[in-house]
Design a protein around this ligand. Structure first.
Ligand code: ADP
Length: 490
């Protein structure tokens, strides 16, 4: 399928109670291709009343959906996994058009997204319980797990499909119904996913999707309604804090995957080639627009020059362009605000004494006239007071900072409100374990630049979030434990 065919083919209305419906008054908003700035299409712009209709449908469907057998829910997820896998090419193109990432990465994301469905298809069959004798011997404890209830799921634009399946997979596996709201920048992938779930046999109302420009206006009344029992959110720490406060009113279960400020540490005994490859993976996946992106690269002072030269060579050779073009490695940033943020963070670091090894404002030759492109950039000697040391860059900029000792670098790595992931490169096993255990993050990549895996527990500590997604714990976030006490004679 060509570009206009994939955009034309996808549904652009709200998915409520198993039916496609227009937003109140036929309202729509535009979806823009970030590589050209051109409007791709318009999609339904839900009103608060539309949001409420979606939640009402989820609430009405909950009891029946909870009664479906684990096998039925498992089979549904497996069918959806197969459909996603079969349609990888058209889904990847759709994602590249709305989000900008190169086609190869979009294909990778569809495979990763599908894998959540396959993983949770298995987990649906392994919801466990227990049977126990009370310490006094006069009772038995029957322990069982039940779905939490209707869920509100809010996803970001950077992984438009995988962030959806990472929440919907465990919700469906657990028997929870939901309302999902994708980011307004990238609604098309989620709408395509609704078509796939419907085709896979999803019961009406079990998943509902609302697209909306005014996320807060639509979601806040739903959170405060008390009709939903859980919120699962992936996005910024700033919005996560607001949502956590809103959830407090009706004491909703919450899972939050928020921002990161990942340290990437290269010790003097590391394999430098491996470390450079790891840094490119940790930095350049998704053009740096990932909460797991290496945001502060600490390199031992004895190897920083060599590491910086090799990294700059490889980063400088990456091809920037429209994600649909053959051979492009780096697409545009999501929008003008994202581009402006990267520009100002680089300018601030340079003002404070950082040196540009490749890319940067001074070498913007490859920046296009249109689209939100920024060149892969390596900065060295970035002082710890630079604004980018505290903020998510969310762009293709690798800031290198030297260090001398293990204690010093661990302290610097932990000197942040975030705690999502850290990357550590060393060939010394004792040091690797020592550092991995002292770093305050939910995840550590040891000699590897990518940690995301549907079968592993993804999540952060500190202000990077609450709860875990993926792995065997991922489904627990959507289950309540119930204990039934049974009296027996002795
Ligand atoms: P980013 O900065 O990456 O866009 P956000 O946290 O702003 O991250 O957005 C992540 C998701 O949260 C998106 O789906 C967005 O529409 C939604 N969102 C933003 N603000 C609110 C809000 N006040 N209430 C509910 N959802 C919101």
């Amino acid at each position: 399928m060509d570009e206009s065919t994939v955009v034309r083919a996808v549904e652009k209305r709200l998915f409520i109670d198993g039916k496609w419906t227009d937003a109140t008054g036929g309202a729509t908003f535009d979806v823009v291709d970030p590589s050209t700035g051109a409007v791709l299409c318009a999609v339904a712009d839900a009103s608060p009343a539309d949001g409420r209709a979606a939640l009402d449908a989820a609430v009405a469907a909950q009891a029946d959906f909870a009664r479906t057998s684990p096998r039925e829910r498992s089979d549904l997820l497996m069918t959806a996994y197969r459909l996603l896998t079969e349609r990888v090419d058209e889904l990847a193109l759709l994602m590249t058009l709305e989000m900008g990432k190169p086609l190869a990465e979009a294909r990778g994301e569809i495979a990763y997204a599908a894998e959540f469905f396959r993983h949770f298809s298995g987990e649906a069959l392994r919801i466990d319980g227990g049977y126990q004798t009370a310490p006094a011997g006069n009772a038995r404890f029957l322990i069982t797990k039940q779905p939490v209830g209707p869920c509100l799921l809010i996803t970001p634009w950077n992984f438009p499909m995988a962030m959806g399946t990472r929440k919907l997979g465990p919700a469906i596996a657990a028997g929870c119904t939901s309302v999902i709201k994708p980011a307004h920048q990238t609604p098309l992938s989620m709408l395509a996913l609704m078509e796939i779930l419907a085709e896979a046999g999803l019961p009406a109302g079990a998943v509902n999707c609302v697209t909306a420009m005014d996320a807060g206006g639509v979601m806040e009344p739903l959170i405060r309604s008390g009709l939903a029992r859980k919120l699962s959110f992936t996005g910024s720490t700033k919005v996560g804090r607001i949502l956590l406060e809103q959830c407090a009113e009706k004491v909703l279960r919450t899972s939050l995957e928020l921002g990161g400020n990942a340290p990437f540490i290269v010790f003097e005994d590391a394999d430098l080639d491996e470390a450079v490859t790891g840094a490119i993976a940790a930095k350049m996946r998704n053009m740096g627009e990932a909460c797991t992106a290496a945001n502060r690269i600490f390199v031992h002072s004895s190897v920083i020059d060599d590491f910086g030269r090799r990294l700059a060579e490889r980063m400088g050779a990456l091809r920037v362009g429209r994600g649909t073009e053959e051979g492009v490695n780096v697409g545009p940033l999501i929008d003008a605000a994202g581009l402006e943020k990267v520009r100002s963070l680089v300018a601030d670091a340079v003002d404070r004494g950082a040196t540009v090894l490749t890319g940067g404002e001074v070498a913007m030759g490859r920046e296009r006239d249109t689209g939100f492109f920024y060149p892969p950039t390596v900065l060295t000697g970035v002082p710890r007071e630079a604004a980018m040391a505290d903020q998510e860059i969310f762009g293709p900029v690798a800031p290198l900072t030297p260090f001398e000792t293990e204690d010093e670098v661990v302290r610097a790595a932990n000197d942040t409100e975030y705690g999502l992931v850290a990357y550590v490169f060393t060939n010394d096993l004792r040091r690797a374990l020592r550092v991995a255990e002292s770093i305050e993050t939910g995840m550590v990549g040891l000699n590897q630049g990518v940690v995301s895996n549907p079968a592993a527990p993804f999540g952060g500590v500190k202000q990077s979030g609450l709860g875990r997604e993926g792995g065997s714990v991922g489904i627990e976030e959507f289950l309540e434990t119930k204990y039934i006490g049974i009296a027996v004679s002795s």
